[in-house]
Design a protein around this ligand. Structure first.
Ligand SMILES: Cc1cc2nc3c(=O)[nH]c(=O)nc-3n(C[C@H](O)[C@H](O)[C@H](O)COP(=O)(O)O)c2cc1C
Ligand SMILES: Nc1ncnc2c1ncn2[C@@H]1O[C@H](COP(=O)(O)OP(=O)(O)O)[C@@H](O)[C@H]1O
Length: 280
């Protein structure tokens, strides 16, 4: 499977004729619906609130072919409606079309919304009605809640793809290979971590994707510290220090304290069997 590299696309702003505006944390299926309404010279204007943790800024470009331009909310939140539009017109002098969702508001105290945008912008304003999946409105805050609840299936459904995080490999306790199974231990900084527990996952190392099983949580049976650990199924991996990506498919159980290592080991082998069957 081919992996897209996360990269910033540099495009002359003068060529841009349509933009979608919003926060765009998650680049979820409703965001993608907005992007479908951009023309071939489209761009994404992403307003950074500082809270993004589904697709932190530097990972966002991976999920669209349109170039993303970032604006820091702190720097523009004081603008009056006409000042905001003036800024956008200056940035994109050939802009003809703005695409936003039904709940889009902007400027000082968010007091300017769709009607004001239509008044102030002398071009097309396309407003997308609220996108729902199975009656559930698609919003990043709702996806975050599903992940915190360990409901990966619903989170993925709303995302329109598997939830994926990036981590840096770190040294573990050194117990895995000896007492249980070998694992890659990860340090995860900017991404929301799903609820503690054991998950069916795929792990991407150096652009190759492997079936895996991932434990997130406090290692209550061993040293008690918080860990993100991935065991690759079916393969022996040489532990090179690649940036590692983990894609989540399903939670299989809660984190649990075991009375002895032998019981934990047995459980881990059961988890692995389950994961292997899932991918069959
Ligand atoms: C599939 C899997 C499930 C795990 N489940 C639990 C668990 O329920 N409770 C727990 O305390 N630790 C659990 N662990 C973590 C182990 O305690 C951990 O792998 C072991 O401490 C080795 O850690 P190390 O890689 O830092 O040496 C699990 C690990 C894996 C790979
Ligand atoms: N479910 C949805 N249906 C239609 N438009 C949406 C939906 N969610 C977000 N949008 C639009 O996408 C853009 C980015 O919104 P943002 O606030 O970042 O998304 P979210 O609501 O997921 O936090 C905005 O123009 C917003 O109005």
């Amino acid at each position: 499977m081919e992996m897209k590299k996360s990269s910033s696309i540099l495009v002359n702003k003068n060529t841009i004729t349509s933009i979608a505006i919003g926060g765009f944390d998650g680049m979820h299926s409703a965001h993608q619906e907005l992007f479908k309404n951009l023309d071939e010279n489209g761009a994404i204007l992403s307003i950074e609130s500082g809270y993004a943790n589904l697709t932190p800024k530097r990972y966002r470009q991976e999920y669209s072919i349109y170039p993303i331009y970032y604006y820091v909310l702190e720097n523009i939140r004081h603008l009056e409606g006409d000042e905001f539009i003036k800024l956008i017109k200056e940035e994109f002098p050939n802009l003809k079309k703005i695409v936003v969702g039904f709940d889009f508001c902007f400027g000082k105290n968010r007091k300017y919304c769709i009607e004001k945008l239509k008044d102030l912008f002398n071009g097309e304003v396309l407003v997308i009605d609220e996108i729902k999946i199975d009656e559930i409105p698609v919003h990043s805050r709702i996806i975050r809640q599903y992940l915190k609840d360990g409901n990966i299936k619903m989170a993925n459904k709303l995302l329109g793809k598997e939830y994926k995080l990036y981590g840096q490999q770190i040294k573990g306790q050194g117990l895995g290979t000896k007492s249980f199974v070998p694992t890659i231990n990860l340090k995860v900084d900017e991404f929301l971590l799903p609820q503690e527990g054991v998950y069916i996952t795929k792990t991407i190392l150096d652009n190759k994707e492997y079936k895996s099983i991932t434990f997130l949580g406090h290692r209550v049976t061993t040293d008690g510290s918080y860990a993100v650990e991935t065991h690759i199924l079916d393969e022996n991996i040489t532990n090179d220090n690649y940036t590692t990506q983990v894609k989540f498919y399903e939670k299989i159980r809660d984190n649990k304290k075991f009375d002895n290592f032998e019981d934990l080991k047995k459980q881990i082998f059961d988890d692995i069997e389950l994961a292997k069957n899932y991918f069959k």
